[in-house]
Design a binder for this molecule. Sequence first.
Ligand SMILES: [Cu+2]
Length: 132
Amino acid sequence: MKPLTLVLRALVTAAIAATSLVACTRNTSPSLPPRSSVAVKSYTVKGVIEAMPAADRPGSQFIVRHEEIPDFVRQDGTLGMKKMAMPFPLGPGVTLDGLSVGDAIEFDFTVDWNATPSWWVTAIRPTTQPPQ
Ligand SMILES: [Cu+2]
């Protein structure tokens, strides 16, 4: 084998190695939010339905005005969520059949800050007890 071939082969090998190294270190893109270390957690809260999603209104969401959630763990690990109206995506198999705006409900939802969406409803029960 000619010395020049050996040099070329070494250069190509080094170039491939450098490329893979760059590819590896680029796995954590600066545009992505940092992964949360908060554990996946589920909550049971009361609320009142403020809006229902509708097929004829694209982008419409299930919005619930929920009670205060003192043990809610935020993305940064701090605690608490005030009472507020916010959208709640529905998890698999969860139906809004029989429910309408103004209904008082008790519902379960799960939060995983590293998932998209980061929270979703897992069960809904109508209740006669309105939220605090
Ligand atoms: Cu909220």
